[in-house]
Design a protein around this ligand. Structure first.
Ligand code: C5P
Length: 398
């Protein structure tokens, strides 16, 4: 994550079974360069020990109202003044009720009441507790008070029941918290992204496809969401989790991808074509499985429409970004492709280093030359790429 200065948060842990996830959350936040001060309720200490949180954060943990941690005994004031945000994860139904009513009978609720920084809460509770009218009233109150509510998620719960109320996974929370601190240059803007491969049927069971995991396109969708954009992700078949908050349009063939893109291209501000679209489709796919024989089989292939070129050639095109996966001569072929498709920005990568991998190395080509984004995780690269797109997009608007 690119940050101008180190962000500081108070991570407040309340007494629910999801408290065990707070240790991983703390680790992930610190990995993103965020400074974390932990404060725990007494109940939380029954689920995870202050020693664990102290060991991970490298700082004493505030766990009681009356401890002498702050010289003037004003821990409830001092802690929040030093923070850029307070994050309560997990936030139990009881603690949410306290927040909604402005109670302050322990250190954590007192410091929430005394804060002058944003408050984010990650609810975690049994589904009936979550659905209870009292909890829903309290959540509505928190939202009305400007508190950010992260989750909850649905799924299997510690009690064995299934439904809404699970705390978001640590990874999702860390991502949401990092995103919270980022500027939102794309608020009110729509970014359309294609990702993954397309699949062109030969018959009922066979097809032509490209090797593409979709990981880069999905990471870019995530990074675009973090910058405040409305994201439409047109995705070929992948096994990836959908980025929360994106509108995902599932497609299979290039023709379907083209159809979905046409629907959204008219009112999007940025189009990023990451998909590995099959260049050809079978002229007459068979509805039934073609029987094997010892004869040669000839398939007639027709070229697919170039989706990116179509969008780039619209009368009032969005800011278009293309991808080029080359297996050799990346610098030469990618710049040629950028010019041929009349794109302000093209992202090149070497196919053999990128496909399926969790990390990658990118070369950005624009009118002013090339710029390398060194090898890193795909989400980290996607965030850097989105920074670059932001600058170019804003430049193009002037
Ligand atoms: O020409 P080439 O397929 O290498 O160009 C790659 C770029 O064009 C990628 O951004 C890809 O998503 C896009 N593309 C497309 N429709 C096609 C072929 C490629 O949008 N039929």
């Amino acid at each position: 994550m690119e940050q101008e200065q180190t962000k500081r948060i108070v991570l407040g842990i309340t007494g629910g079974i999801a408290a065990y996830k707070a240790a991983e959350l703390l680790r992930l936040l610190m990995k993103q360069g965020i400074e974390v001060q932990v404060a725990m309720t007494e109940a939380a200490c029954h689920f995870i020990t202050p020693a664990t949180m102290q060991g991970l954060s490298g700082k004493p943990v505030f766990a009681g109202q009356w401890e002498a941690g702050a010289a003037n005994g004003m821990a409830h004031i001092n802690l929040s003044r030093a923070a850029d945000a307070i994050v309560i994860a997990p936030a139990t139904a009881d603690f949410i009720a306290k927040l909604a009513h402005g109670l302050a009978d322990d250190l954590l609720s007192a410091l929430c009441l005394a804060r002058n920084c944003p408050l984010l809460v990650a609810p975690a509770m049994n589904r009936e507790m979550w659905l209870n009218a009292a909890t829903q009233r309290n959540i509505a109150q928190l939202l009305a008070d400007g508190v950010r509510v992260l989750g909850p998620d649905s799924g299997v719960q510690a009690c064995g029941e299934e439904g809404m109320g699970r705390m978001l996974e640590a990874e999702d929370l860390a991502r949401d918290i990092a995103a919270f601190f980022q500027p939102k240059p794309f608020t009110g803007k729509k970014i359309l992204i294609t990702a993954g491969p397309t699949y062109e049927a030969i018959d009922a069971v066979r097809g032509i496809t490209n090797r593409s995991s979709g990981k880069m396109g999905y990471a870019i969708a995530q990074a675009a969401l973090e910058l405040g954009a409305e994201v439409v992700l047109v995705s070929g078949p992948t096994a990836l989790a959908r980025p929360r908050g994106a509108q995902v349009v599932d497609v299979v063939s290039a023709a379907q991808m083209f159809g979905a893109v046409k629907q959204h291209a008219g009112d999007c501000d940025v189009f990023i074509g990451v998909a590995a679209v099959a260049d050809y489709r079978v002229a007459q796919p068979s509805e039934q499985k073609i029987k094997k024989s010892s004869d040669a089989l000839t398939l007639e292939l027709l070229p697919n429409p170039d989706i990116l070129a179509y969008v780039a050639n619209l009368p009032d095109p969005p800011f278009c970004v293309g991808f080029a996966a080359e297996s050799e001569n990346l610098m030469e072929y990618a710049e040629q492709k950028r010019r041929a498709k009349k794109l302000p920005l093209l992202v090149g990568n070497l196919a053999q280093r990128a496909i399926g991998s969790d990390d990658n190395e990118l070369v950005l080509f624009d009118g002013s030359g090339s710029h390398v984004l060194p090898r890193a995780g795909k989400l980290a690269l996607a965030r850097q790429l989105m920074q670059h797109i932001t600058q170019r997009y804003e430049g193009a608007q002037k």
